[in-house]
Each structure stands twice: as C-alpha cells, then as structure tokens.
Design a protein around this ligand. Structure first.
Ligand code: GTP
Length: 429
C-alpha cells in the first residue's frame, strides 16, 4: 500500500527517503514502504500492522479511503473494526511457495478475512496476488492461486462478477499503476490485463442512504491540540452537519458538532458512507467511548442486551449448544455474550424453518438464535450486562450486522432480527 501511495503521488521523495533511512536504522529496511501506514513504534519494530491506518488516494474516477487492516490473527478485532467501515476489499495474498498455502489452509487468515469482510456486507473484492518475483513470475503459480481462491470466494458469498484478480510485485511497483514492456518486465510476457489502479478505478460506488436516521458508530476517540476532542468513524446512514447537537448512545450525553474533517479537508456536512473525524464541543468526554453511536436526539438508536439474530455458522469443530459462551462483535464493540436460545435451524437459501428448538447447531447451518450479552469480566458478581446500540438489519444494514467468535476463532456471522418478527409472521399464517 505504501508503494501504491508513492506511485500515485501521495508520498513525496522526501518522505520516501525518511522511511527508507528510518527502517534501515532498526534493521527493517524491507518494511520501508509499510512505514507509511504502520506508524507506531511497536508496529515498526515488529514489522506487522496492529491497528487500522487511514489513508486516501485518487484514481481518475474515484476518491478512495484506504483502511489498512492487520493481517495477523492476533489483531482480528481491529481488522473487524476496519472491515465494518468498508465498501470494498483489497485482499493481498503472498504468492511465495508455501505462503499462500499457509493462509489458505483451514483456519488460515486468507479464509477468515474473506469470510469476515463478506459477512460485514462487503460484496466487491480485488485479489492482488503479490510477491510473484519470489516464484520467478510464473504464470502457472498465479493461475494456481486464482483457481484455488475462485470457488472459495463464491462459497463465501462473493458474486464472480464482483471478484477481480491482479498479479503484482508490490515492492518493485510492478503492475500497481503501470507496466513496462516485456523486454524489462517478466510479467508482460503473459499478462496484458488491468493494473491494480485500473481495478480500483472501476470499483462500483455503493448507494448511499441519506434519508435514513443518522448513525455514527465511533471507532476512535482522541484529543488533538488546537482542534479539541475528536471522534473517528464512518457515517452509517443519514447526514451529519456542523453546528447540530447529537445524542451519544449508550448514556444520556450530548455533544455539538464543531467541525467535520475528511482527509484534511473541512466539510460543512458529511453523508452516509463517509469516513470522517468529527470534532465535538459542549461534551463531557466521559460519555464518549469506542463503540458508542452518535444520533439525532429525535431519532436515537435502540439499545439492547438481549435480541434474536439469524446467523450462519462457519466451519467449526465444536457445534454451538444452548448456553455457549461467545464474544459478540458489532462495529468496534466486542462484548461477552451467550447463545441463550437456539430457536430454529433454517434453510440457508429460503430461510424456512427446518427444525424448531434444535439441541445443537453444527457447521454450515443457518440458525435463528437468541443472544444475551453478559456482564464484562471486570464487573462484580451482581452486575448486569451493559446494553449496546444495535439495530435490526431491516432498519439499518450497517448497524444490524454481527460476528460471533469463540476462543479466538470466528464461528458465525449474521444479522439482528426485528423483535417479534417471526411471531408476527406465524400469527398471519
Ligand atoms: N519479494 C517481495 N517481498 C515483498 C513484496 N511486497 C511486500 N514484500 C515484503 O513482505 C513483507 C511484509 O510486507 P507488509 O507490507 O508489512 O505486509 P502486510 O501484508 O501489510 O503485513 P501486515 O501488515 O502485518 O498484515 C515486507 O518485508 C515486504 O518487503 C514483493 O512484491 N516482493
């Protein structure tokens, strides 16, 4: 991503040299391009992305916000927070012998990331097959990787027409924005398709729901000298304007929008889909937390600690039983929860009930379950679970999606159902 930003003129020569010098000083010169996005000392010393980094780039027809997400298994919660703000995915796979296989084996990160982004509503994916220099730019290796991924992408719910592949050599900048002729570039001997930038430029912009009630789930809270208290995130419905007073949920706090920033530009307003920073005034900082949601006072998001959801269960070894302890992921929130009821097993295609009140839900099944949040481990024995701002999927898709993990593994994904919907359906019948 660092090299792409450089090719597109987003990193100047001075910055490139500074990153090169800094990374070589700590013996990590091969990570100099990653320094542009991995800005913390720990990320730079370890040579891995740990948190989401925000950047932007322009192609001839698109303005794109990049949320660079960690690939390492230990940082999946941060990856989920980033992916839940994304419209499209760029999956970078390593073509080196054994490396692609390690990510694509059962339980590997390539599989988990693809399932996660699709479950979070992302329907377009570009797969950049990288490090082809490590396999002498062999066409057969590129095709082997594409052929292995294609069926898995379809199985994960990506439509083939929204799935694109591109061979690249990121460090040398090959096929990111241009390709040289075949005399100097081995890739040109067998590839004449689009570059990575061509594919980014052809991404379909999603439709924006500006008439929906405003929802702004907070992914970060920080204080900046001169600018004051800021919250970062993505508008998930509606419009937010400078000067308006907003409610902060959960809690009874309010705040006034002092300014809105997008990629260093000050905006009078921002709409559904925009990744922005909102600077707030007239606010008690104690009310602001990662995972809280800003709304208009006249149309606030519901809070819930007990709800029904329709989920798809991933490839798991131990089936889900009633009472199973899980971690619930919703935007930047992750909270302890349990599957308090298994209401039904459903047909994955039609949603029709196959079995009511099953004892277990096994891998691959679709199920309707009741989820109860549990008090966090740090609260006392009599503590109650704190409700979170979560809406039925039918009211706001972005605010209704959930992921369920157990023991560091994602076991299912789905959507919150509107309360009593199934009951109403049965009464009509
Ligand atoms: N040979 C070769 N090495 C590459 C290429 N692209 C990246 N690398 C190397 O791969 C290593 C990892 O690069 P990163 O950019 O940190 O990869 P990443 O996927 O962002 O890793 P995380 O941030 O930890 O998820 C670095 O040492 C890079 O120099 C390439 O095209 N060829």
């Amino acid at each position: 991503m660092g090299r792409l930003l450089y090719e597109l003129g987003r990193i100047d020569e001075k910055k490139r040299i500074a990153n090169e010098r800094g990374s070589s000083k700590i013996g990590k010169s091969s990570f100099s391009w990653a320094w542009e996005l991995d800005a913390s000392t720990e990320e730079r010393e370890r040579g891995i992305t740990m948190d989401i980094a925000l950047q932007s780039l322009s192609t001839p027809h698109r303005e794109i916000t990049i949320l660079d997400a960690p690939g390492h298994k230990d940082f999946i919660p941060n990856m989920i927070s980033g992916a839940s703000q994304a419209d499209s995915a760029l999956l970078v796979v390593d073509a080196a012998t054994g490396e692609f296989e390690a990510g694509f084996q059962r339980g590997g990160q390539t599989r988990e990331h693809l399932l996660l982004v699709r479950s979070l509503g992302v329907s377009q994916v570009i797969v950049a097959v990288n490090k082809l220099d490590q396999v002498q730019w062999e066409q057969t290796r590129y095709e082997q990787i594409c052929n292995a991924l294609r069926p898995f992408l379809v199985q994960s719910g990506f439509h083939p027409s929204k799935t694109k592949f591109v061979p690249v050599g990121a460090v040398a900048g090959i096929n990111l924005t241009t390709r040289q002729d075949s005399e100097v570039e081995p890739l040109s001997k067998w590839y004449s398709g689009p570059t990575l930038t061509d594919l980014l430029d052809a991404l379909e912009p999603p439709s924006r729901n500006i008439t929906a009630p405003l929802r702004f789930p907070i992914s970060n809270v920080f204080r900046e000298q001169g600018a004051g208290l800021g919250v970062a995130g993505r508008v998930c419905g509606g419009v937010v304007q400078v000067g308006e007073r907003l409610r902060i949920l959960p809690g009874d706090g309010t705040a006034v929008v002092k300014s809105i920033m997008n990629d260093d530009k000050s905006l009078p307003w921002a709409i559904d889909g925009a990744n922005i920073i909102i600077y707030l005034t007239s606010v008690d900082p104690a009310h602001l937390a990662i995972g809280s949601v800003l709304c208009r006072p006249s149309d606030i998001i519901p809070l819930s600690s007990l709800f029904t959801a329709r989920i798809i269960i991933f490839d798991i070894d131990i089936p889900i039983t009633v009472g199973a302890s899980v971690e619930l992921y919703h935007h930047s929130h992750d909270v302890p929860a349990s599957i308090s009821k298994l209401l039904a097993t459903l047909d994955r295609a039609t949603g029709a009930i196959i079995k009511k009140n099953p004892r277990v839900s096994a891998k691959g099944a679709s199920a309707e379950v009741q989820i109860s949040l549990r008090p966090s481990g740090t609260s006392g024995p009599s503590a109650k679970a704190q409700p979170i701002p979560i809406e039925p999927f039918s009211a706001n898709k972005d605010m209704g999606r959930i992921l369920i993990r157990r023991g560091g593994e994602t076991i299912g994904a789905g959507e919150r159902l509107a309360g009593g919907m199934r009951l109403l359906f049965m009464l009509i019948l």
